[in-house]
Design a protein around this ligand. Structure first.
Ligand code: UTP
Length: 398
């Protein structure tokens, strides 16, 4: 099908612009031709779920008992270069609304302490314990790639060896208005946004960053915004490897039934992360005899995936989530509009959906106050303020 036919079929002919200079037009039409228009036709819907049942995590008490065994296996694996870390830093951080990538935000008080810098400090802690540097792959987006690389360079990689760090860029998807028409941000420029954190492995393999690290068998993927994140944590690595599972997920006991975190469950007998809004009030409030929430294993976006499993699931269909957002755009009169209300949809895949595809997962319970200090909002809950308090509690000088 040629482009005009395609755009006509999908009601997107408003994108055609023959007044653009030839070279620009050619690149623009090539980009338009690459879009998956069937995907862009989809509308938000809750995923159809199978039978949901609770899952028992490996509790902190169990971990304490098996500590020596887990640590020995984890140190062996990390120490021999079998584990790499993947820092997901391609998000737009709209809730925080910082100028620039989230990782570049300074959360220090008496000294500069950048989020990226704190994460590297955490990673160095692992390297010291395991006696080896861990390869670190940083996923950026087309929007923030250059500035992120420059930031690491300017700060001399926060003392981490540059030869162990690689950057790779995630893919972008167009955004549409409520009628499904692709929005433009300027002439010949569709509004593109990062395709969510579920495409990380595809983008990583496309960039071929594993080439220089052939020993890597496991990938520890984590979010940029949890400054207490333990990276390539040998205890977690050891537990997951010894469990025989294809992946491990760090979980914290949910603080309350209302807490807005995904919960690790079983879905039709397979591990699966259910979003907080998918749990019925009965399920969210159900408790065990000892008072623990039945559906209480909250995920903190720290997963360990086996590389060979990732290779087999990479091409499986990962669900696409469609989210209403306020999307700045150019109207038919060529004016740039910053909408006050939500005006369209963005399309994204989520890493939590990979847990189900992996087929088996070890839920590994960690101490919230020691490992979970997310920075999502400007103030209040999960903000710079709350993360600072938790960093201080863990002995970090701010
Ligand atoms: P969030 O879902 O919190 O998204 O990302 P965000 O973009 O940082 O913030 P909001 O929702 O716009 O306020 C969780 C993790 O996934 C990464 C983020 O950088 C963060 O580490 N992420 C998210 C990506 O790498 N790419 C994406 O497309 C989305």
């Amino acid at each position: 099908m040629d482009l005009i036919e395609k755009l006509t079929k999908y009601g997107q002919t408003h994108l055609l612009d023959d007044t653009l200079p030839a070279a620009e037009r050619e690149a623009y039409y090539r980009l338009l031709d690459s879009f998956d228009y069937e995907l862009l036709r989809r509308r938000p819907s809750l995923p159809e779920r199978g039978k949901i049942e609770p899952v028992e995590p490996v509790t902190q008490a169990e971990i304490a008992r098996a500590r020596a065994e887990y640590l020995a296996e984890g140190k062996r694996a990390v120490g021999s270069g079998e584990v790499a870390a993947v820092l997901l830093a391609g998000g737009q951080g709209t809730r925080l609304g910082a100028d620039g990538p989230k990782g570049t935000v300074d959360i220090g008080i008496t000294r500069p302490l950048y989020i990226f810098g704190q994460l590297i400090e955490n990673l160095k802690g692992t390297c010291e314990v395991c006696g080896a540097f861990v390869p670190l792959f940083v996923m950026t987006s087309a929007e923030n790639d250059e500035i992120t690389r420059a930031f690491f360079k300017r700060h001399a990689f926060f003392g981490y060896p540059e030869s162990f760090v690689r950057f790779f860029v995630q893919e972008m998807l167009p955004s549409v208005d409520f009628e499904g028409k692709i929005l433009l941000q300027g002439r010949g420029k569709p509004v593109l946004s990062p395709n969510g954190n579920g495409g990380w492995y595809r983008s990583l393999t496309k960039a071929d960053v594993l080439r220089d690290f052939p020993a890597v068998r496991w990938l520890n993927v984590f979010a940029v915004d949890n400054v207490l994140q333990r990276i390539a944590d040998p205890l977690f690595v050891g537990a997951t490897l010894l469990s025989g599972c294809a992946c491990g997920a760090k979980v914290v006991p949910k603080a309350s039934p209302e807490e807005r975190v995904g919960v690790l469950c079983l879905e039709d007998g397979l591990p699966s992360v259910i979003e907080y809004y998918e749990l019925s009030p009965q399920m969210a409030n159900a408790r065990e005899r000892d008072g623990r929430l039945t559906y209480g294993s909250g995920v903190i976006l720290n997963y360990l995936f086996s590389r060979s499993k990732l290779e087999t699931i990479a091409d499986k269909e990962i669900p696409v989530h469609i989210v209403k957002k306020k999307i700045p755009y150019m109207n038919e009169r060529g004016e740039f509009i910053i909408p006050a209300e939500e005006n369209g949809y963005k399309f994204e895949t989520l890493i939590l959906d990979m847990v189900r595809l992996a087929g088996s997962c070890l839920p590994f319970e960690v101490v919230r106050e020691r490992e979970f200090a997310p920075i999502k909002n400007r103030t209040g809950k999960d903000s710079i303020e709350s993360a600072r308090a938790l960093l201080e509690f863990n002995g970090v000088k701010l």
